[in-house]
Write a new protein. Structure first.
Length: 217
């Protein structure tokens, strides 16, 4: 029986860093972690059209820094930075930064552009989800996704679908490969993401592995 390990968690601390960077008292740890979770859920929904790849949160005594890695930064910034001010107010509301705390705690929002969105496992998986919900042929959706990933410069890609694929009565698992994906090699830079597609026939789980090459020591 094979032991399945999340590629990101397998490399966490060695080459991949944490998405949240802060220190909290043990009594406040759970509340702070829940705030981060609520903030990420909110930003994912609000910035759905911006192609969000990752949301990093850094906390200190006087500063909360939110770094948005997106494929379309113009959607986040807006005209003259108008959208950033709206997002900043929403973050203050979610993090309970009251008027009294504003003088002590400041919120800094940074937007970083992802130049190759086709190398993001998250964006690739979400694109396949949208296609499956719209009843697009799953084999064609997967083959087109793998072609774009390999054309963007990836050394390998693996996509797995599990569930009632194509509306079948009996669930099954299908895996598609192109190139190589050395999941057991720690120095391998592998981007991984999994998400369910809520189709009319039922859930279809989607997993995407993208191998970008080896990381330098």
């Amino acid at each position: 029986m094979g032991q399945k390990v999340n590629p990101t968690g397998f490399r966490l601390g060695s080459f991949i860093t944490w998405k949240s960077t802060w220190y909290a008292d043990p009594r406040q740890y759970s509340d702070t972690m829940l705030e981060d979770h609520k903030l990420r859920e909110f930003l994912e929904k609000k910035l759905a059209g911006a192609g969000v790849v990752q949301i990093s949160i850094e906390r200190s005594l006087t500063m909360i820094t939110v770094v948005l890695h997106v494929s379309r930064p113009g959607v986040v910034i807006g005209k003259g930075g108008a959208n950033l001010e709206v997002i900043k107010k929403d973050i203050e509301r979610i993090l309970n930064v009251s008027k009294q705390k504003k003088d002590k705690v400041k919120i800094d929002i940074r937007v970083q552009e992802v130049k190759k969105p086709d190398l993001s496992a998250k964006l690739v998986a979400e694109r396949i989800v949208d296609q499956l919900i719209k009843r697009y042929p799953h084999r064609r959706a997967v083959s087109q996704a793998m072609e774009k990933v390999m054309a963007a410069g990836a050394k390998g890609v693996k996509i797995a679908l599990a569930g009632r694929i194509g509306g079948a009565e009996i669930s099954r698992t299908e895996k598609y490969f192109e190139g190589k994906v050395p999941t057991q090699t720690l120095r391998a830079n592998i981007d991984y993401y999994e998400v369910p597609a809520k189709t009319r026939s039922g859930y279809v789980g989607i997993k995407v592995w993208i191998y970008k090459g080896e990381l330098a020591n």
